[in-house]
Design a protein around this ligand. Structure first.
Ligand code: IMP
Length: 437
């Protein structure tokens, strides 16, 4: 039995989809614990390829129990759309192995409207660059105790009351942003029309996951977004509105923190960010273009080109600290092929001197935090066919060893290409030590 939390160590888009997909083979239960349809994972099983935003990544595996935990915000239309898409592909047995927390909050059309209006009307430099999926406003409703929860679908009268109250709360904002306020009655009726399909999925998912752990099952807690987008630990205010770190896995899945055996952080071999906000190692030159083009760095939900930069070790050390990483999964190492010299940021020069940790309080004053780079030798060889460390060029091995030494976290897995097979597995937390490196 293993309970493994897998979280992004950077600004999201670390290539979690592939890694989580590899580990799902070993997990009997997969739990999404935070965020909502702002995430986008591409799943591949055999010839079946599917992009999911809400459904946990085990969904294409007929024996895996998939749980949408109470830390999530769930757009019912997106969820039903994904279930329908799976149905069209022949996965009709979902009902028995898909559970939706009755305490997860619902994203309703007014959340999407407010998110979109805010982003499109924000003064220059103030837009967050959100995915416009209604995430922020839905979590705002949760925090101001005016939200609609999935469990309310069981009680039509209460649901109507909650939708009324939430919409009344948003009406002044919608009007002030130039939008038109939707009808509460129409929204509640549409929700109640979906209820017969959603109510059978409702469970006390905390109890369900706890029972699975007690029964000795392997559980994967599947993170979304990344540490630097976390509401508490990220580059606030340019963050998402949920708890994307390992601590959030305990809250969002409804299990005690001591039930989690292993925490894995996923990091790219370089850094990307989509949306606005600080990014101290951003490149904006030909090397940055190389990373974007070779790494196909375009947002999976919005299609936006991602900003690209060198690996930021102070940020990775920070992520290792706030999450308690036991190990790292290093992705997209192959994208570095062809660059003659690789720079890695190892510290920041600040008015207080050189610091090894990410100086979060200076992030909005980039002139006060100068990245200190070391240069490492690059390599020209393609990496895709390597299955053990020894098959990598020595410069690539040195890059991995440098990262391990600097972060203090061992690398458990190295991804050397987009395909599942293009992976070097050094340690599998679900089954113990894999083939020797
Ligand atoms: P929101 O989560 O849509 O509110 O967006 C807030 C910030 O998080 C924006 O900078 C988004 O681009 C970013 N973001 C949200 N989800 C993801 C993700 O899955 N990958 C990368 N960035 C994300």
């Amino acid at each position: 039995m293993s309970v493994v939390a897998i979280v992004g160590a950077q600004w999201g888009d670390e290539g979690k989809g592939k890694i989580v997909d590899i580990y799902t083979e070993f997990a009997e239960v997969v739990v999404r614990f935070a965020g909502g349809p702002n995430a986008g994972h591409t799943l591949v099983v055999g010839d079946d390829k599917l992009v999911v935003r809400l459904l946990p990544s085990g969904i294409l595996r007929p024996a895996t129990l998939c749980v949408l935990g109470q830390g999530m915000v769930v757009d019912p239309d997106v969820l039903l759309g994904e279930i329908d898409e799976l149905g069209r592909r022949g996965h009709v047995e979902l009902g028995s192995r898909l559970a939706l927390s009755d305490r997860a909050h619902l994203i309703l059309p007014y959340h999407v409207l407010v998110d979109t209006l805010r982003e499109t009307t924000a003064p220059a430099g103030r837009a967050i660059g959100t995915t416009k999926k209604g995430i922020g406003p839905a979590y705002e409703d949760k925090a101001r105790r005016n939200g609609v929860r999935a469990g309310d679908l069981r009680h039509p009268a209460r649901l109507r009351e909650r939708v009324d109250a939430a919409l009344a709360g948003w009406a002044p904002t919608i009007k002030s942003l130039g939008g038109s306020v939707p009808s509460a009655e129409a929204l509640a009726s549409a929700l109640l029309a979906s209820a017969p399909r959603l109510v059978p999925l409702l469970r006390d998912t905390s109890a369900l996951v706890s029972e699975s752990i007690k029964a000795g099952k392997s559980v994967m807690l599947e993170g979304a977004q990344g540490t630097l987008l976390d509401l508490d630990h990220g580059t606030y205010p340019f963050v998402t509105s949920s708890s994307a770190v390992a601590g959030g896995a305990s809250v969002g899945a409804g299990i005690g923190p001591n039930r989690i055996n292993t925490v894995i952080g996923i990091t790219k071999a370089y850094t990307t960010r989509v949306g606005a906000g600080p990014f101290p190692t951003e490149l904006g030159n030909a090397e940055g273009d190389h990373l974007r083009e070779v790494g196909a760095e375009f947002g999976s939900v919005t299609g936006r080109p991602r900003r690209t930069g060198w690996l930021d070790l102070p940020a990775l050390r920070y992520a290792a600290r706030v999450n308690g990483f036991d190990g790292l999964a290093l992705t997209k190492l192959d994208v570095l092929t062809g660059l003659s010299t690789l720079k890695v940021c190892v510290a920041y020069d600040t008015p207080e001197g050189r610091v090894n940790d990410l100086p979060l309080d200076l992030l909005d004053r980039p002139e006060l935090m100068k990245p200190v780079y070391v240069e490492l030798e690059g390599w020209q060889e393609k990496l895709e066919s390597a299955r053990v460390l020894d098959e990598l060029p020595s410069a690539a091995r040195a890059y991995i060893r440098f990262l391990e030494k600097e972060t203090g976290a061992p690398v458990y897995l190295v991804s050397v290409g987009p395909r599942r097979s293009e992976t070097i597995m050094l340690h599998n937390p679900f089954v113990g030590r894999a083939a020797a490196p």
